[in-house]
Ligand binder design. Sequence first.
Ligand code: GTQ
Length: 323
Amino acid sequence: MSGEAAAAPAAASALTAFSADISKLDLSPLWERKARLVPGSDCLPAIWRYADLRPLLAQSAELITKKQAERRVLVMENPALRGTSFITNSLYAGLQIILPGEVAPSHRHTPAALRFVVEGSGAYLAVAGERIAIEPGDFVITPPWAWHDHGNLGQGPVVWLDGLDTPFAQLLGAHFRENHPDDKHPVVDAQNSLLVFRFEDTCAQLRAMAPSAADPVHGHRLRYASPATGSHAFLTMSACMQLLPAGFRGLAYRSTEGQVFNLASGACRVETGGRVHELQPHDTLVVPAWEPYRLEADEDSFLFSFSDRAAQEALGYWREEHL
Ligand code: GTQ
């Protein structure tokens, strides 16, 4: 035992008394700090199966009107963050259902939002004065503080995944929101909005990538680009679509970005947290920061994801490790 590391009993009790004394002034000694000083978080890897959630979404549509709910959403909370509404410390994710004839009234908020369309035809997203018709697999950007409302002009229910950076706004004490005086804000029909990325186009681009260009960890991966900056889709969030070709066996990897995956089509496996998760279309899987994972697919699989990578890169925090 080093003489310096072990304080003499008298000094130790003096230190304990000192800590108690300064505590009265809302002070704490850094040398007793309990916060983790290593990458990763308390969040857990977790999966929400669409087969479980789909009937619950239908049930929620019977129990509560869109008007009552404003947004009829089942929020996916990380098992380690119950009560917070968050899927990781920095991200929010929910599945929203809208029935034919319903309108989700117009509002705006400082958190940025993304939509990834899961199921159903005939709905639109009205964002920042543009009305965008959406189909399954489409990805839509709602920038911070942009007016947005949604409607379903089709014959059946429409479901999409909402991803928001709400935890950032809360962390910074800057969560503002307001309702538009009318249910719908003024819009023009946008055929070629820069805020939407069509599934068909995304898939075609991924399929056009040379087999030899597949990344050993990610397969073929495209990042959705912000029309404003040309970089990540948001200043906080990054979103991607990847194609895992049939027979893909990815290498183990981790990065500091917490990732939320939603399988667009196909079937794949994600090994993480000591488990193998078999993903069916529209299952949602969260892989928290710095958690090792590995991807595999037996058939061509299109895998959507979003993460907090944009913020991490901007701050100089982002790291990755090939395992
Ligand atoms: O559709 O505007 O899941 O404001 C959470 C907050 C969806 C939305 C959510 C929102 C919305």
